[in-house]
Design a protein around this ligand. Structure first.
Ligand SMILES: [Zn+2]
Ligand SMILES: [Zn+2]
Length: 213
């Protein structure tokens, strides 16, 4: 499984645009590409996709973690180009998408082979649990429900291996202790503390970063 960070507050590849927000593409031999969140700015998202050789029309599934603009900002641009993608939205999401296949996610759900949603936690946000050869890799938007409850929900799909995404103001760093890979992105407030606490396991996030699992 391959995860490409398409949109982030920081950059890992020259030529991409950075911005406050998050978006990641998940590719796997078994399923067609899945986009998790869409950043804040549509043109910047599309620019980064072009630079990363990602064809927006190839995306079969779009999962939105939660209804904040820094995760949904590029959605209408993508949907303007891509007519086929199915949407998986947290059930608190208000906007309707007529003519689209939309699943409103409340409880834990399988989205594609090896790709699961934790379900909408705390009535606000869903995270992904990706089943890889190394274990469960968790992908978060902002982690507003808190990393502990996200881990508890993701652990139902297997043993946790790692995590990437926005961790917001989460500061109970012991929660990361059992993991082999920690990639703090986007709104993570305590990036430096995470890096200092887990030097050998922390990966610097940014648009253009590719994680192969
Ligand atoms: Zn955010
Ligand atoms: Zn948020």
């Amino acid at each position: 499984m391959k995860i490409t960070i398409v949109y982030d507050n920081e950059l890992r590849k020259v030529g991409l645009r950075q911005g406050w927000g998050f978006s990641a593409l998940i590719e796997d031999a078994k399923v067609s590409p899945l986009l998790f969140d869409t950043g804040a700015d549509g043109p910047a998202l599309l620019h980064n996709m072009k630079e990363l050789n990602i064809d927006p029309q190839d995306i079969s599934t779009i999962v939105i973690s939660h209804a904040h603009g820094d995760h949904t900002g590029g959605l209408s641009e993508i949907l303007g180009i891509n007519r086929i993608a199915e949407l998986y939205l947290p059930s608190s999401f208000k906007k309707a998408f007529p003519g689209r296949q939309v699943t409103m996610v409340k409880g834990p759900a399988q989205i594609r082979e090896n790709i699961f949603s934790t379900g909408e936690l705390e009535g606000v946000e869903q995270s992904l649990a990706l089943k890889t050869d190394k274990g469960i890799f968790v992908l978060t938007g902002c982690a507003h429900p808190g990393i502990e409850s996200i881990f508890a929900a993701a652990a139902k799909f297997g043993e946790l291996y790692g995590i990437a995404g926005g961790f917001h103001g989460f500061h109970s760093l012991e929660a990361f202790r059992g993991l082999s890979l920690i990639c703090p992105c986007h709104c993570t407030k305590y990036k430096q503390e995470i890096r200092d606490s887990f030097k050998d396991r922390t990966l610097g996030c940014g648009a253009g970063l590719v994680i192969e699992l």
